[in-house]
Design a protein. Structure first.
Length: 404
């Protein structure tokens, strides 16, 4: 039976729906929010009690409390009993201060702070959870000192979001000193209730360097493996990429490694005007999409592998690249078709945070600060097809090329 719906205050429907969906609030709070939402839809008290799994008087009580005090009426009343004897703010403040030198430690533990304050360590742990304080955690950050930081970020992100028409954008880099490691004992395979196990000891059978170019539109990887990491090998790789794309205009995104700026490399680039280089800012390797692919191939093909020679290692890299790692890395498990770019309208460019024009890659005012805090996963997400407007051709893309 339907009755007169409970009238919600302005904006309360959004907050109540958020509480119902949330997994981080107490189940009781979500249950009360659901009761009020059902009441606002005209459900009877008996029907709500059956749907939510509570008694009819409970439904009537929460309806009355919301009707009187709004969302504040859904909060718990103060508990009876002895009031708090500890000031949580003082404990949190003590946590945020470095420990005294007499302890010889860099950060607090719950037991050390409890001993220092003369309280139970369970109390400290509970307060830390309540306020989200985690002294045992530490993260890193890095400031770029590149004087052209803003211009380079604008150029690279604009190149990803609005590449030049009929041009190929390639993210270029090298993964050096990949070790061919052979374990001193056979690997124990995974079993039910037991993960795969490898001996900690290993034999080092040499290293190789993987040079790779990732095409951001398709996820196609073109690369070679070489025993050394010098400008000579990098120049050989650039020529290999030029042969792989013999007629297209190429835009290469790369970092500021000295090998990339060697005089011989600059001379070769000057002799090939169809190839344009875009350098990322210093300390901003996360902007290079090929780093994402390097991370995937390291985790899925190299890290747990056993290689008795460098040849086995390079063969594994080639097989992994042609066998599906490329598809999962940037194409969500699908083999991507060939793509060609379609020129966007001014309105479409503004929607994507760029201004119109082939040679202009400036994001909208106020968006640059958001662009500059992207991390690896955000940049990898840019490779998803919905961030570009593309026209699919029927021919399937060619497989990545890795030669040892």
């Amino acid at each position: 039976m339907r009755i007169t719906p409970l009238v919600l205050r302005d904006g309360d429907d959004i907050e109540l729906a958020r509480r119902v969906r949330s997994r981080s609030i107490p189940s009781g709070a979500a249950q009360r929010a659901r009761i009020i939402l059902l009441a606002s839809q005209g459900e009877s008290n008996s029907s709500i009690a059956e749907l939510v799994g509570v008694s009819r008087p409970t439904v009537i009580s929460w309806r009355a409390r919301y009707d009187a005090d709004g969302l504040a009426g859904l909060d718990d009343d103060p508990r009876s009993g002895r009031p708090r004897s500890l000031d949580h703010r003082e404990i949190v403040s003590a946590t945020l201060m470095p420990p005294p030198k007499k302890y010889g430690v860099t950060h607090w533990s719950s037991r050390l702070l409890a001993t220092h304050l003369g309280i139970g360590y369970g109390t400290v742990a509970r307060i830390w959870r309540e306020y989200g304080v985690q002294p045992w955690r530490s993260e890193t950050f890095k400031f770029s000192t590149d004087p052209e930081l803003v211009a380079k970020v604008t150029d690279i992100v604009g190149l990803y979001l609005d590449p030049p028409e009929n041009a190929i954008v390639l993210c270029v880099d090298e993964k050096s000193q990949i070790q061919a490691l052979d374990r001193t004992a056979p690997t124990l395979p995974m079993q039910i209730g037991m993960p795969e196990k490898q001996t900690h000891d290993y034999v080092r059978n040499g290293t190789t360097t993987l040079f790779a170019a990732l095409e951001i539109a398709t996820g196609k990887v073109t690369g070679i493996c070489r025993p050394r990491h010098r400008y000579q090998e990098f120049l050989v790789f650039l020529k290999h990429v030029a042969r792989a794309y013999p007629k297209q205009e190429l835009h290469l995104v790369m970092d500021n490694y000295a090998t990339h700026k060697k005089a011989e490399v600059r001379q070769w680039l000057a002799a090939n005007p169809r190839i344009h280089v875009h350098f990322i800012p210093t300390s901003a390797s996360w902007m290079n999409l090929v780093e994402v692919w390097f991370g995937i191939i390291e985790r899925q093909a190299i890290h747990r592998g056993t290689f008795r020679s460098v040849r086995e290692l390079t063969t594994k890299i080639r097989d992994s690249s042609t066998g599906g790692i490329r598809g999962r890395s940037l194409s969500c498990g699908r083999k991507p078709p060939s793509r060609s770019w379609r020129k966007l309208t001014v309105k479409q460019l503004q929607t994507r945070g760029t201004r119109s024009g082939r040679d202009s890659y400036s994001p909208r005012p106020g968006r640059l600060s958001q662009v500059m805090v992207f991390h690896n996963s955000s940049i990898a997400h840019l490779a998803n097809h919905r961030y570009w407007t593309r026209v699919s051709e029927h021919a399937s893309s060619s497989s990545p090329k890795i030669v040892s």
